[in-house]
Design a protein around this ligand. Structure first.
Ligand code: AMP
Length: 208
């Protein structure tokens, strides 16, 4: 099963992807995580990606598509995968169609006015867990692994505004792109992660 997780920044793609990977065993591939690992490792790709990520812009398609194509050619992806954060525009979707076959695209729908608070209040852990600061009640460590939580460098109001604009301009048209192909599954992403997860699971179960 080859799945795309679509949604605005802050829609909960990463959180839902971790839960889905655990329940269904889907291979989770996040382009954002790949870029962040490259930034941490000081690679050339990381240096290039950082300038775009810090500005809330998309990393150039040529670089991103090559990374995804290469990742999907690995043996573990032959069994299926779940893409989180790719494609992010129609060009990337067309490229993806040229080197892979997508079964469906799961769109997590969250009212736009909630996104800024969700992202700016987000605290993440190296293990992949993520929380909202209000739910943490002053706690600064991960409930799952105990490591110190931190705020992503691009989760600040200026960068978030740019990311949301980028989403509206470049990524939202993908909803129509997958709808036309009859591959769109839309889920209400408003609510507690577990509630949203239950909705996503029933949408997926109706499809597999
Ligand atoms: P994310 O973790 O998915 O929110 O991605 C963080 C940042 O990485 C984005 O704001 C983009 O700058 C960059 N990025 C992630 N995925 C892509 C993609 N498919 N195309 C271009 N840039 C991307």
């Amino acid at each position: 099963m080859n799945i795309i997780l679509l949604g605005a920044p802050g829609a909960g793609k990463g959180t839902q992807a971790s839960m889905l990977a655990e329940k269904y065993g889907f291979l989770h591939i996040s382009t954002g995580d790949i870029f962040r690992a490259n930034i941490k490792g000081g690679t050339e790709i990381g240096k290039l990606a950082k300038t775009y990520i810090d500005a809330g812009k998309l990393v150039p398609d040529s670089v991103t598509c090559e990374i995804v194509k290469d990742r999907l050619s690995k043996e573990d992806a032959a069994e299926g995968f779940m893409l989180d954060g790719f494609p992010r525009n129609v060009f990337q979707a067309e490229q993806l169609d040229s080197f892979s076959k997508i079964d469906f695209c799961l769109n997590i729908n969250v009212p736009f006015e909630l996104l800024m608070d969700r992202i700016c209040g987000r605290r993440v852990c190296v293990c992949g867990e993520s929380y909202h600061v209000t739910a943490l009640n002053g706690r600064t460590t991960c409930l799952k692994c105990g490591k110190e939580l931190y705020r992503r460098a691009d989760d600040n109001p200026e960068t978030v505004s740019a990311r949301l604009e980028t989403y509206l301009r470049e990524t939202e048209p993908l909803i129509g792109y997958y709808e036309k192909q009859g591959k769109l599954l839309s889920v209400n992403g408003n609510g507690a992660p577990k509630e949203v997860f239950a909705r996503i699971c029933s949408a997926i179960d109706s499809r597999i």
